[in-house]
Design a protein around this ligand. Structure first.
Ligand code: ZN
Ligand code: ZN
Length: 433
């Protein structure tokens, strides 16, 4: 689907929510970020990173954080034009450099008990015209510098969350042809709706939503499948995806909120609609076509197809951004292997909204997906306490990257495969059986 073909959201927002002023809606969203996303505890520090345009939301979140007893809230801002200035004017050596001191400081803050909130909203196409080699080098440098902090996140050592803020450049991409003010307003509405804050009591709604995801997760955990098999066809009936994804030994399904290592129950992604687990890094075979474009670090990659053998991508193509894709999967050996597999029904509210967000936080919750790169240790039984070698022995992948891309659609069938090879239908035409 192209971004220009998006449908208007058929809004089930309550009339009560619709009657609120924008400031009041933003306040309700900020409260959900603090109380549901982070579940911030009294006495905790909070680190926020956000695009400059998200300042009004950051201020609301900061208020709610202090009301919840935050010890100190510290915010860092990103600015798209400043990022572009680097690509235009910086010395070549800049692209192998990252602010190590800041990554170290973040890791130190997490170790001393700080919570982390990221606000997404940068222009998904910011770097579309920049040199893919420079983008890749800058990403590798940033990933290397950020590894200690990132590991605390992937091991879920602390309570953390990601929410989104509508920004003008992002909104123009999602709603092309609209005046920028209209596009921003529509994107905010889509964010509020997808983030489940439009009902009368968002905190209670999140509790109910979490329980329904947990029920599905518990069922999948009981099954102990050896693999999943994904099959999809295009409009003409030819098979576009036939992929068998082996699951890691001792894999654990997760979904909705979870308890972090510091004992705090939080919701790391708002929105979230997925049930996900750890694939086996050496047992993925077949071919797969992406069902949505992927926005990756300021570039757009469209119509991805990949072939896997023994867990490894042996060929990858895309109709746009193929160079970026091939550099991405060449980041390290683990970048060619899967670190996550997730099931999302085609009837998810984000999918039904018809909006293509060009942002993984939303688009991954509109379709079943797989992720290249780093696995989540929390998706293995006892994984949080294991060494990297122990995780690898169970089949968990490791990499500097973790990039989700969407493969699910209304034509996708998914089977759970037992170790003896018997198949059990899990999804038919994109819906849970
Ligand atoms: Zn996911
Ligand atoms: Zn992921």
């Amino acid at each position: 689907m192209s971004a220009s073909a998006v449908l208007p959201i058929s809004s089930p927002a309550s009339t009560e929510f619709a009657s609120l002023s924008f400031e009041e809606k933003l306040d309700r969203f900020a409260e959900v970020a603090v109380r549901v996303g982070l579940n911030l505890r009294a006495g905790q520090e909070l680190l926020i990173s956000a695009p400059l345009e998200a300042l009004p939301l950051v201020r609301r979140i900061t208020e709610h954080a202090y009301k919840a007893g935050a010890l100190l809230v510290t915010s860092f801002y990103g600015d798209d034009p400043s990022v572009l200035a680097r690509y235009k004017y910086a010395d070549d050596a800049s692209f192998d450099h990252a602010a190590q001191w800041m990554a170290d400081a973040m890791a130190a803050a997490f170790r001393s008990g700080a919570a982390r909130l990221a606000i997404a909203g940068a222009n998904p196409a910011l770097l579309a015209k920049e040199d893919p080699a420079k983008i890749s080098r800058a990403n590798i440098a940033a990933s290397k510098a950020g590894k200690p902090a990132m590991e605390l996140i992937t091991k879920h050592a602390i309570n953390w969350s990601i929410v989104a803020a509508a920004t003008p450049e992002w909104a123009k991409l999602v709603f092309p042809g609209e005046d920028v003010d209209v596009a921003v307003a529509r994107l905010w509405d889509a964010i509020f709706l997808a983030s489940r804050v439009t009902g009368g009591d968002p905190v209670a709604e999140w509790k109910r939503h979490g329980q329904s995801l947990k029920k599905r997760v518990d069922l999948l955990n009981e099954k102990r499948f050896y693999a999943l098999r994904f099959k999809a066809k295009d409009g003409a009936g030819s098979v576009t995806t036939d992929l068998t994804v082996g699951l890691a030994d001792d894999h654990l399904w997760a979904g909705g909120g979870g308890e972090a290592g510091n004992g705090v129950f939080c919701n790391p992604n708002i929105p979230t609609e997925e049930c996900f687990t750890t694939p086996h890094k050496d047992r993925v075979d077949g071919f797969v076509r992406a069902s949505k474009p992927l926005s990756h670090q300021g570039t757009l990659i469209e119509n991805i197809t990949c072939r896997f053998e023994g867990g490894r991508i042996t060929s990858a193509t895309a109709t746009a951004g193929e160079d970026v894709l091939n550099r991405l999967i060449s980041t390290d050996d683990g970048a060619r292997r899967l670190g996550e597999v997730a099931l999302v029904p085609h009837s998810s509210p984000i999918s039904q909204s018809g909006v293509l967000f060009w942002n993984t936080l939303f688009d991954e919750n509109a379709a079943s997906h797989i992720a290249l790169g780093q696995a989540y240790a929390t998706c293995l039984i006892g994984g949080e306490k294991m060494s990297s070698d122990e995780l690898t022995a169970l089949g968990a992948n490791s990499s500097l990257i973790h990039v989700d891309w969407m493969i699910g659609s209304g034509t996708m069938d998914v089977d759970g495969i037992a170790k003896n090879g018997t198949a059990e239908p899990l999804m038919r035409s994109g819906e849970w059986v």
